[in-house]
Design a protein around this ligand. Structure first.
Ligand code: PLP
Length: 478
């Protein structure tokens, strides 16, 4: 930055008791510390200065920062400049804004613990049977050996300038996409796709619709990007149209949804609901991002808002749960512009997903035995779920989950359900990290149970779930 834009500290606030005279002593000290550190009085400059003070330890973890207004006055800039600086620092987790309480220097470990994602897994509870993870059973994933064996003498592309997607893979994906995809690319899993879409199609301060309950890492991701989630409730057919209508009135830029095997509720969107949602979104230009995270494992049809809204829909299909999480592969297909922006931005970084892995996926998708194995796996997950739900039904326990790897079970009290199951050596995920609106009185406590990895003793485990769900004496004896 040219030096004439550098701040001249002597000219600022000649009267220390002036407009900020009411700042208490420690506040005054911090204010001086911050103001003196600022070289360039714009949002980036203020963020950089405060970032440096945090790194050097001069601003300590948990310390409360002076108000936006006080710093703005002292630096003779608009409060928006300081708010923008706080947003930049907040995105980097350097500070933590707590509404009326103020803004505090962040605590990295604390942030890690506060992230919803880290609240899902039992840590202090010593579990023998972990049903918390929402992951596929490794035994039901296709075996890579036979596919890899055919690889040895195949030539692989190695140029940085090659097409980021193997052309035959693109062709195959386009042929099986639920709607005509104007563009198609391959990235490192569905979460990578969500992250890249947030970075390239959305801006800090944008509002987006998310399902409530929804996927905790998406909530964390939006927070990290400075994007505000607007929760819409779910019913047995997908997100509720009345809630979506209200959200659209709040000027949202995008709608994120899982069209099938919804995590955590295990709901598939119906075609009727797709049409209702499409009629609300038609003509608004709102970007629809579909996360088909279970992909080929799902039993339901690949219903998509891309059918009626091809110009504004991007669908992500992950191959993690169907073909293996460690492949880290997902296809992103649909509307041209958001995908072009993602691909262009990615050229500044990794540019493409290993074509070796893409070739592996291509071979797997061409292989009939692999496809049959994936269908069988989907059926096995369904059977395992059913063996548990039979018992829940016998005892009137409320749950949803007709597809996917999980059951979303209503409980009287989340904490006591977790403890009761942990006492039996069973770990499940607490429902609250999935619930965006935890204070809403209509949000009943839940737990998420990954029945997909339950290979034996289904009735016995289900009986523990019944006891955990209804610890009160009113339940039927199990
Ligand atoms: C809704 C949802 N989206 C995305 C993912 C992550 O997918 P990937 O492994 O492809 O990043 C998951 C994994 O559980 C998920 O449940």
């Amino acid at each position: 930055m040219p030096s004439e834009f550098r701040i001249n500290h002597e000219q600022l606030n000649p009267d220390p008791k002036g407009p900020v005279g009411a700042v208490p002593d420690d506040g005054r000290r911090l204010l001086t510390l911050i103001v003196d550190a600022v070289e360039y009085p714009n949002a980036q400059g203020v963020a950089a200065a405060v970032g440096r003070l945090i790194s050097s330890g001069e601003l300590a973890e948990g310390q409360r920062l002076p108000t936006v207004r006080a710093i703005a006055r002292e630096l003779a800039v608009s409060p928006t400049t300081i708010s923008d600086a706080w947003q930049i620092l907040g995105r980097g987790r350097a500070i933590d804004t707590r509404g009326r309480q103020g803004t505090f220097v962040g605590n990295h470990e604390g942030v890690r613990r506060r992230q919803r994602f880290w609240q899902i897994y039992p840590s202090e509870l010593d579990t023998g049977l972990d049903l918390s993870e929402g992951v596929p059973d490794p035994e039901l994933l296709p075996s890579l050996g036979p596919i890899l064996a055919g690889f040895s003498d195949q030539p692989f592309t190695s140029s940085y300038l090659d097409d980021p997607v193997l052309p035959p893979l693109r062709e195959l994906l386009q042929g099986r996409w639920p709607f005509p995809a104007e563009a198609m690319t391959v990235v490192n899993g569905a979460l990578d796709a969500l992250d890249r879409i947030c970075a390239t199609s959305l801006r800090v301060g944008d509002r987006v619709v998310v399902e409530d309950p929804g996927f905790p890492p998406l909530f964390d991701l939006l927070e990290a990007h400075g994007i505000e989630p607007v929760g819409v409730r779910m019913d047995a057919e997908g997100i509720r149209p009345d809630d979506l209508e209200r959200a659209v009135e709040r000027r949202v830029q995008a709608v994120f949804l899982q069209p099938r095997s919804h995590n955590p509720t295990g709901v598939d969107m119906s075609s009727r609901r797709r049409d209702e949602l499409a009629s609300i979104l038609a003509g608004t230009g709102i970007l629809v991002v579909e996360d088909d995270h279970s992909g080929d494992l799902s039993i339901g049809e690949p219903i998509s808002l891309g059918e009626p809204l091809a110009d504004t829909t991007v669908r992500i299909q992950s191959f993690s749960k169907s073909h293996g999480p460690d492949l880290r592969l997902a296809a992103v297909g649909g509307a041209r512009q958001p995908i072009a922006e993602l691909v262009t931005r990615r050229r500044l970084g990794s540019s493409w997903t290993s074509r070796l892995l893409q070739q592996l996926l291509l071979e797997m998708l061409r292989d009939e035995a692999v496809a049959a194995g994936v269908t069988r796996a989907g059926e096995t997950y369904r059977q395992r779920r059913r063996l548990v739900t039979e018992v829940l039904d016998e005892h009137g326990i409320r749950y949803t989950g007709s597809t996917g790897l999980n059951l979303w079970v209503e409980v009287d009290d989340e904490r006591s359900a977790l403890v009761s199951l942990a006492a039996q050596g069973i770990g499940v995920a607490p429902g609250s990290p999935f619930q965006l609106t935890r204070s809403d009185t209509t949000t009943r406590p839940h737990i998420r149970v990954t029945t997909g990895v339950l290979t034996q003793n289904h009735r016995e485990i289900a009986a523990h779930l019944v006891r955990a769900a209804r610890p009160l004496p009113t339940r039927t004896a199990v």
